[in-house]
Write a protein that binds this ligand. Structure first.
Ligand SMILES: *Cc1c(COP(=O)(O)O)cnc(C)c1O
Length: 360
């Protein structure tokens, strides 16, 4: 790095590496089952009439439609550039750099820690128990945290959380921390949303996204649901134009009655394919399903994980290695793709097993 950069670079950024997104890890490949994207690509139309104008900060057609979808009041919601921006806004709004901490429960989504580190906010870790349940006692023993991130269904374990655990945590931190429940995959486990509990818990925050079930990862559109005072605080920090006009137009179409119905059908299809994939993987010699399958991916353990991963990459089949995550040694995560992709994944694994002399 140049001298001027070395001199000026913030101390907390010196050892930081950019997030290894699925897109950054592998440029090639033909089957993308590594980022929990939807296999469906739906069509939208764009009206360029207003492109000469700055967009609204919180376009009402989008916020009203999502509030209706989520069953909350429009004042209890913020639309952001993906759920990732929601994570960063929460940290920038509620944590003082160099002083405050967030709490995460690994193995979990990587962006909570990365966002905190880029903001020079501390990260306290209370790992999930061996069965991936929250360690509620250990979480409640942490007294110096401003935000508690809980992902449900959790990425990458596909597990949800025990409602009693969550209630205990919300109550314990009632006067000291916001509890952020990341519901990025909630459409695949829709009976377990906590959106209905906002009225009961002033410190509850819920993250949502159009990137997964809504099949719009390329759009960058997410939502933060919370009580009004929390939303008002986030509005002090959010950029004046977080959502590009074409994004708002497409989000509005996705959230129409027809768009929502389409997503419901696609979720049913993905869930059906997920169970097929899960059964196929579970039946492979030396393979076992890890965690649960409440999202749109299957996490599994294989004694051959390293060699298998290399074999799949070599054949353009990209899944995600989770071995480096806490308690997930030997684990790989495969996003549920379309039927052909899921079948190709299973047949490639079978080919690999044959080559290595393990017969199925
Ligand atoms: C994919 C994902 C997100 C990011 O959503 P974007 O809206 O694409 O930024 C957030 N949380 C979890 C758990 C995810 O898996």
């Amino acid at each position: 790095m140049s001298n001027i950069v070395n001199t000026l670079l913030n101390d907390n950024l010196v050892n930081l590496k950019p997030y290894e997104s699925a897109r950054r890890l592998f440029a090639g490949g033909q089957d993308w089952l590594n980022a929990n994207e939807s296999p469906f690509a739906n069509e939208y139309s764009i009206d360029s009439e207003r492109f000469n104008r700055y967009p609204a900060c919180q376009p009402e057609a989008v916020t009203a439609a999502y509030a209706d979808y989520a069953g909350v009041d429009i004042s209890e919601l913020l639309v952001t550039r993906g759920a990732d921006e929601g994570i960063e806004l929460l940290i920038r709004t509620f944590c003082t750099p160099g002083e405050d901490n967030i709490l995460i429960c690994p193995p979990t989504y990587g962006m909570y820690a990365i966002s905190a580190e880029t903001c020079n906010v501390g990260v306290k870790k209370v790992p999930l128990k061996p069965d991936f349940a929250l360690d509620t006692q250990a979480i409640c023993a942490q007294n110096d945290v401003n935000l508690v991130f809980i992902c449900a269904p959790n990425n990458p374990t596909g597990t949800t959380v025990d409602p009693a655990d969550l209630e205990q945590i919300l109550t314990h931190f009632a006067d000291s921390a916001l509890v952020v429940v990341d519901e990025a995959y909630i459409e695949f486990d829709k009976d377990n949303t906590r959106a209905g509990q906002l009225t009961r818990y002033p410190n509850l925050v819920i993250l949502r996204t159009l990137s997964k079930a809504f099949a719009l990862a390329g759009l960058r559109c997410g939502f933060t649901l919370a009580n009004r005072p929390v939303i008002q605080a986030l509005l002090k920090v959010i950029a004046p134009y977080p959502l590009a006009e074409p994004v708002a137009q497409i989000a509005e179409q996705a959230l129409s009655v027809a768009g929502r119905t389409k997503v419901e059908l696609q979720v049913e299809t993905i869930n059906r394919h997920k169970h097929w994939l899960q059964e196929q993987i579970a039946a492979l010699p030396g393979f076992s399903i890890t965690g649960d399958t409440r999202a749109n991916f299957v996490l599994f353990h294989s004694i051959h994980n390293k060699a298998l991963m290399a074999y799949l990459v070599e054949h353009g089949m990209l899944i995600r290695d989770q071995s480096k995550q806490h308690n997930l040694e030997g684990c790989l995560r495969a996003t549920v793709g379309n039927e052909a992709q899921n079948q190709r994944l299973i047949s490639l694994i079978n080919d690999f097993l044959q080559q290595t002399g393990v017969s199925a």
